[in-house]
Design a protein around this ligand. Structure first.
Ligand code: NAD
Length: 272
Protein backbone atom coordinates (compact mmCIF):
# COMPACT_ATOMS: atom_id res chain seq x y z
CA UNK A 1 0.00 0.00 0.00
CA UNK A 2 1.43 3.40 -1.04
CA UNK A 3 1.88 6.04 1.64
CA UNK A 4 0.85 9.54 0.61
CA UNK A 5 1.71 12.93 2.15
CA UNK A 6 -0.32 16.02 1.27
CA UNK A 7 0.83 19.63 0.97
CA UNK A 8 -2.22 21.92 0.81
CA UNK A 9 -5.54 21.07 2.45
CA UNK A 10 -7.87 23.23 0.31
CA UNK A 11 -10.40 22.25 -2.37
CA UNK A 12 -8.17 19.77 -4.24
CA UNK A 13 -6.30 18.42 -1.19
CA UNK A 14 -9.55 17.74 0.66
CA UNK A 15 -11.13 15.79 -2.21
CA UNK A 16 -7.95 13.75 -2.78
CA UNK A 17 -7.87 12.93 0.95
CA UNK A 18 -11.52 11.88 0.98
CA UNK A 19 -10.89 9.63 -2.04
CA UNK A 20 -8.00 7.93 -0.22
CA UNK A 21 -10.06 7.69 2.97
CA UNK A 22 -12.86 5.92 1.09
CA UNK A 23 -10.36 3.06 0.46
CA UNK A 24 -11.27 2.76 -3.24
CA UNK A 25 -7.58 2.29 -4.06
CA UNK A 26 -4.63 0.99 -2.05
CA UNK A 27 -3.21 4.11 -0.42
CA UNK A 28 -2.85 5.59 3.04
CA UNK A 29 -2.71 9.32 3.77
CA UNK A 30 -0.09 9.49 6.50
CA UNK A 31 1.00 13.16 6.80
CA UNK A 32 -0.48 16.54 5.88
CA UNK A 33 0.64 20.16 5.99
CA UNK A 34 -1.04 23.46 5.16
CA UNK A 35 0.22 27.00 5.81
CA UNK A 36 -3.12 27.45 7.59
CA UNK A 37 -3.28 25.15 10.62
CA UNK A 38 -7.07 25.58 10.59
CA UNK A 39 -7.22 24.15 7.06
CA UNK A 40 -5.23 21.09 8.20
CA UNK A 41 -7.45 20.62 11.25
CA UNK A 42 -10.65 21.00 9.19
CA UNK A 43 -9.42 18.33 6.79
CA UNK A 44 -8.32 15.86 9.46
CA UNK A 45 -11.68 16.21 11.17
CA UNK A 46 -13.41 14.96 7.98
CA UNK A 47 -11.28 11.78 7.73
CA UNK A 48 -11.87 8.45 9.42
CA UNK A 49 -8.18 7.43 9.04
CA UNK A 50 -6.42 10.42 10.64
CA UNK A 51 -3.04 11.53 9.20
CA UNK A 52 -0.41 13.34 11.28
CA UNK A 53 -0.28 17.15 10.85
CA UNK A 54 3.39 18.07 10.50
CA UNK A 55 4.83 21.40 11.59
CA UNK A 56 6.56 22.39 8.34
CA UNK A 57 6.30 21.23 4.71
CA UNK A 58 9.79 19.70 4.62
CA UNK A 59 8.73 17.17 7.26
CA UNK A 60 6.32 15.61 4.76
CA UNK A 61 9.06 14.02 2.69
CA UNK A 62 11.45 13.30 5.57
CA UNK A 63 8.90 10.76 6.79
CA UNK A 64 8.37 7.23 5.37
CA UNK A 65 6.08 8.13 2.46
CA UNK A 66 6.13 7.13 -1.21
CA UNK A 67 4.77 10.31 -2.73
CA UNK A 68 4.10 13.92 -1.74
CA UNK A 69 1.04 15.49 -3.37
CA UNK A 70 1.27 19.27 -3.78
CA UNK A 71 -2.10 21.06 -3.95
CA UNK A 72 -1.12 24.42 -2.45
CA UNK A 73 0.48 27.14 -4.61
CA UNK A 74 3.34 27.93 -6.97
CA UNK A 75 5.33 29.23 -3.96
CA UNK A 76 4.92 25.89 -2.23
CA UNK A 77 6.34 24.12 -5.30
CA UNK A 78 9.33 26.47 -5.33
CA UNK A 79 9.87 25.89 -1.62
CA UNK A 80 9.65 22.11 -1.31
CA UNK A 81 9.78 20.31 -4.67
CA UNK A 82 13.54 19.84 -4.76
CA UNK A 83 13.78 18.60 -1.17
CA UNK A 84 11.04 16.02 -1.86
CA UNK A 85 13.14 14.52 -4.66
CA UNK A 86 16.33 14.78 -2.59
CA UNK A 87 14.53 12.79 0.10
CA UNK A 88 13.90 10.17 -2.60
CA UNK A 89 10.13 10.57 -2.77
CA UNK A 90 7.93 10.91 -5.85
CA UNK A 91 6.00 14.15 -6.26
CA UNK A 92 2.66 15.11 -7.81
CA UNK A 93 2.32 18.81 -8.63
CA UNK A 94 -0.99 20.63 -9.14
CA UNK A 95 0.43 24.20 -9.19
CA UNK A 96 2.02 23.48 -12.55
CA UNK A 97 2.59 27.15 -13.41
CA UNK A 98 5.70 27.04 -11.19
CA UNK A 99 7.39 24.85 -13.80
CA UNK A 100 7.24 27.55 -16.48
CA UNK A 101 10.20 29.15 -14.69
CA UNK A 102 12.88 27.46 -16.81
CA UNK A 103 15.44 27.33 -14.01
CA UNK A 104 12.98 25.51 -11.73
CA UNK A 105 11.99 23.12 -14.52
CA UNK A 106 15.62 22.26 -15.23
CA UNK A 107 16.59 21.80 -11.58
CA UNK A 108 13.63 19.50 -10.94
CA UNK A 109 14.13 17.63 -14.19
CA UNK A 110 17.79 16.95 -13.30
CA UNK A 111 16.82 15.98 -9.75
CA UNK A 112 14.35 13.38 -11.07
CA UNK A 113 17.24 11.73 -12.94
CA UNK A 114 19.77 12.11 -10.08
CA UNK A 115 17.45 10.69 -7.41
CA UNK A 116 15.55 8.34 -9.77
CA UNK A 117 12.19 9.75 -8.79
CA UNK A 118 9.19 10.91 -10.85
CA UNK A 119 7.15 14.10 -10.89
CA UNK A 120 3.52 13.58 -11.94
CA UNK A 121 1.54 16.45 -13.49
CA UNK A 122 -2.13 15.42 -13.80
CA UNK A 123 -3.96 16.66 -16.91
CA UNK A 124 -5.93 18.96 -14.63
CA UNK A 125 -8.95 20.74 -16.05
CA UNK A 126 -8.25 19.80 -19.68
CA UNK A 127 -8.20 16.71 -21.89
CA UNK A 128 -6.19 15.79 -24.95
CA UNK A 129 -2.64 16.04 -23.54
CA UNK A 130 -2.05 12.43 -24.60
CA UNK A 131 -2.57 13.43 -28.26
CA UNK A 132 -0.59 16.67 -27.96
CA UNK A 133 2.40 14.85 -26.41
CA UNK A 134 2.32 12.27 -29.22
CA UNK A 135 2.50 14.91 -31.97
CA UNK A 136 4.88 17.21 -30.07
CA UNK A 137 7.57 17.08 -32.74
CA UNK A 138 5.10 17.85 -35.53
CA UNK A 139 3.22 20.71 -33.83
CA UNK A 140 3.26 24.14 -35.46
CA UNK A 141 0.41 25.99 -33.70
CA UNK A 142 -1.02 25.54 -30.23
CA UNK A 143 -3.62 27.75 -28.57
CA UNK A 144 -6.08 27.74 -25.69
CA UNK A 145 -9.06 30.00 -25.09
CA UNK A 146 -10.35 29.93 -21.53
CA UNK A 147 -13.78 31.32 -20.65
CA UNK A 148 -14.73 31.76 -17.01
CA UNK A 149 -17.19 33.70 -14.89
CA UNK A 150 -15.51 36.89 -13.58
CA UNK A 151 -15.64 35.52 -10.00
CA UNK A 152 -13.36 32.65 -11.12
CA UNK A 153 -10.71 35.20 -12.16
CA UNK A 154 -10.88 37.40 -9.07
CA UNK A 155 -7.68 38.11 -7.18
CA UNK A 156 -5.37 37.55 -10.18
CA UNK A 157 -2.23 39.71 -10.27
CA UNK A 158 -3.22 40.89 -13.78
CA UNK A 159 -6.02 43.11 -12.38
CA UNK A 160 -3.59 45.15 -10.21
CA UNK A 161 -2.62 47.01 -13.40
CA UNK A 162 -5.82 46.80 -15.41
CA UNK A 163 -8.85 49.09 -15.84
CA UNK A 164 -11.18 46.09 -16.07
CA UNK A 165 -13.61 45.94 -13.17
CA UNK A 166 -14.73 42.31 -12.94
CA UNK A 167 -17.74 43.25 -10.78
CA UNK A 168 -19.28 45.52 -13.41
CA UNK A 169 -18.93 43.32 -16.54
CA UNK A 170 -22.27 42.79 -18.28
CA UNK A 171 -21.13 40.88 -21.35
CA UNK A 172 -18.21 38.66 -22.31
CA UNK A 173 -14.88 40.52 -22.36
CA UNK A 174 -11.46 39.41 -23.53
CA UNK A 175 -9.28 40.26 -20.53
CA UNK A 176 -5.98 38.79 -21.74
CA UNK A 177 -4.28 37.73 -24.96
CA UNK A 178 -0.67 36.65 -24.98
CA UNK A 179 1.49 33.58 -24.47
CA UNK A 180 1.36 30.91 -21.75
CA UNK A 181 4.42 32.25 -19.95
CA UNK A 182 2.82 35.69 -19.46
CA UNK A 183 -0.58 34.16 -18.65
CA UNK A 184 0.79 31.96 -15.88
CA UNK A 185 2.66 34.82 -14.20
CA UNK A 186 -0.37 37.17 -14.35
CA UNK A 187 -3.03 34.54 -13.48
CA UNK A 188 -1.05 32.10 -11.28
CA UNK A 189 -4.08 30.41 -9.69
CA UNK A 190 -6.35 30.46 -12.75
CA UNK A 191 -4.51 29.14 -15.77
CA UNK A 192 -2.50 26.06 -14.79
CA UNK A 193 -4.01 24.46 -17.89
CA UNK A 194 -1.97 26.79 -20.12
CA UNK A 195 1.18 25.66 -18.31
CA UNK A 196 0.29 21.99 -18.79
CA UNK A 197 -0.50 22.52 -22.45
CA UNK A 198 2.74 24.33 -23.18
CA UNK A 199 4.84 21.75 -21.29
CA UNK A 200 3.23 18.99 -23.39
CA UNK A 201 3.58 20.88 -26.63
CA UNK A 202 5.76 23.61 -28.09
CA UNK A 203 6.81 25.60 -25.04
CA UNK A 204 5.35 28.50 -23.10
CA UNK A 205 6.38 31.31 -25.45
CA UNK A 206 4.82 29.68 -28.52
CA UNK A 207 1.57 28.61 -26.83
CA UNK A 208 -1.11 31.28 -27.39
CA UNK A 209 -3.57 32.04 -24.59
CA UNK A 210 -6.80 34.03 -24.60
CA UNK A 211 -8.80 34.56 -21.37
CA UNK A 212 -12.43 35.66 -21.59
CA UNK A 213 -14.47 36.82 -18.58
CA UNK A 214 -18.13 35.96 -19.20
CA UNK A 215 -20.72 36.98 -16.59
CA UNK A 216 -23.31 34.80 -18.35
CA UNK A 217 -21.54 31.46 -17.94
CA UNK A 218 -21.59 29.02 -15.03
CA UNK A 219 -18.77 26.90 -16.49
CA UNK A 220 -14.97 27.03 -16.88
CA UNK A 221 -14.59 26.29 -20.60
CA UNK A 222 -11.29 25.54 -22.34
CA UNK A 223 -11.04 25.38 -26.14
CA UNK A 224 -7.74 24.00 -27.43
CA UNK A 225 -6.53 24.00 -31.03
CA UNK A 226 -3.39 22.21 -32.17
CA UNK A 227 -2.18 21.91 -35.74
CA UNK A 228 0.92 20.90 -37.65
CA UNK A 229 2.26 18.39 -40.15
CA UNK A 230 0.36 15.59 -38.34
CA UNK A 231 -3.04 17.25 -39.01
CA UNK A 232 -5.28 19.12 -36.60
CA UNK A 233 -6.88 18.52 -33.20
CA UNK A 234 -9.48 20.56 -31.34
CA UNK A 235 -10.81 19.96 -27.86
CA UNK A 236 -13.49 21.79 -25.93
CA UNK A 237 -13.90 21.02 -22.25
CA UNK A 238 -16.83 22.54 -20.36
CA UNK A 239 -16.16 22.19 -16.65
CA UNK A 240 -18.31 22.99 -13.67
CA UNK A 241 -16.31 24.84 -11.02
CA UNK A 242 -15.78 23.15 -7.65
CA UNK A 243 -18.32 24.30 -5.07
CA UNK A 244 -15.56 25.17 -2.56
CA UNK A 245 -13.27 27.06 -4.95
CA UNK A 246 -14.70 28.56 -8.18
CA UNK A 247 -11.17 28.94 -9.60
CA UNK A 248 -10.81 25.15 -9.59
CA UNK A 249 -12.78 22.89 -11.95
CA UNK A 250 -14.30 19.61 -10.84
CA UNK A 251 -12.30 17.83 -13.59
CA UNK A 252 -9.01 19.13 -12.14
CA UNK A 253 -9.84 17.40 -8.86
CA UNK A 254 -10.96 14.18 -10.55
CA UNK A 255 -7.85 14.07 -12.73
CA UNK A 256 -5.64 14.44 -9.64
CA UNK A 257 -7.46 11.55 -7.96
CA UNK A 258 -7.15 9.42 -11.11
CA UNK A 259 -3.40 10.12 -11.38
CA UNK A 260 -2.91 9.09 -7.77
CA UNK A 261 -5.13 6.01 -8.16
CA UNK A 262 -3.02 4.92 -11.15
CA UNK A 263 0.21 5.53 -9.18
CA UNK A 264 -1.07 3.35 -6.34
CA UNK A 265 -2.50 0.49 -8.43
CA UNK A 266 -0.91 -2.39 -10.35
CA UNK A 267 -3.05 -2.73 -13.45
CA UNK A 268 -3.40 -2.44 -17.22
CA UNK A 269 -2.65 1.20 -18.12
CA UNK A 270 -4.99 2.63 -20.75
CA UNK A 271 -4.09 5.57 -22.98
CA UNK A 272 -0.83 7.17 -24.09
N1 NAD B 1 -3.31 21.64 -12.60
C1 NAD B 1 -4.54 22.12 -12.67
O1 NAD B 1 -5.29 21.91 -13.64
C2 NAD B 1 -5.08 22.91 -11.53
C3 NAD B 1 -6.46 23.16 -11.46
C4 NAD B 1 -6.93 23.87 -10.38
C5 NAD B 1 -6.07 24.34 -9.41
N2 NAD B 1 -4.74 24.12 -9.52
C6 NAD B 1 -3.77 24.62 -8.53
O2 NAD B 1 -3.72 23.72 -7.44
C7 NAD B 1 -3.45 24.44 -6.24
C8 NAD B 1 -4.51 24.09 -5.19
O3 NAD B 1 -5.80 24.43 -5.68
P1 NAD B 1 -7.07 24.45 -4.69
O4 NAD B 1 -8.27 24.69 -5.54
O5 NAD B 1 -7.04 23.26 -3.79
O6 NAD B 1 -6.74 25.78 -3.86
P2 NAD B 1 -7.31 26.20 -2.43
O7 NAD B 1 -7.09 27.67 -2.34
O8 NAD B 1 -8.68 25.68 -2.21
O9 NAD B 1 -6.32 25.47 -1.39
C9 NAD B 1 -4.94 25.72 -1.32
C10 NAD B 1 -4.48 25.42 0.11
O10 NAD B 1 -3.04 25.47 0.13
C11 NAD B 1 -2.60 26.26 1.21
N3 NAD B 1 -1.34 26.90 0.81
C12 NAD B 1 -1.15 27.83 -0.15
N4 NAD B 1 0.15 28.14 -0.25
C13 NAD B 1 0.80 27.37 0.65
C14 NAD B 1 2.17 27.20 0.99
N5 NAD B 1 3.15 27.91 0.38
N6 NAD B 1 2.48 26.33 1.96
C15 NAD B 1 1.51 25.61 2.58
N7 NAD B 1 0.21 25.70 2.29
C16 NAD B 1 -0.15 26.58 1.33
C17 NAD B 1 -3.72 27.26 1.49
O11 NAD B 1 -3.71 27.66 2.85
C18 NAD B 1 -4.97 26.45 1.13
O12 NAD B 1 -5.52 25.77 2.25
C19 NAD B 1 -3.44 25.94 -6.61
O13 NAD B 1 -2.11 26.38 -6.82
C20 NAD B 1 -4.20 25.96 -7.92
O14 NAD B 1 -3.80 27.04 -8.76
C21 NAD B 1 -4.25 23.39 -10.55
Amino acid sequence: MKKVALLGCGAIGTQISLAIDSEKFPAKLTHVYDGSKDASLRLVEKLKNKPVIVENPHLLSSNQVDIVVEAASQDAVKDVALSVLQNKKDLMIMSVGALLDESIYEILSEACKDFQKTIYLPSGAIAGLDGIKSVQNELENLSITTRKHPRSLKGAKFFENSDINLDSLESETVVFQGNAKEAVSLFPANINVAALLSLSGIGSEQTKVKIVADPNTDKNTHHIEASGTFGKMTFTIENYPDSNNPKTSRLAILSAIETLRKYCSNEIQIGT
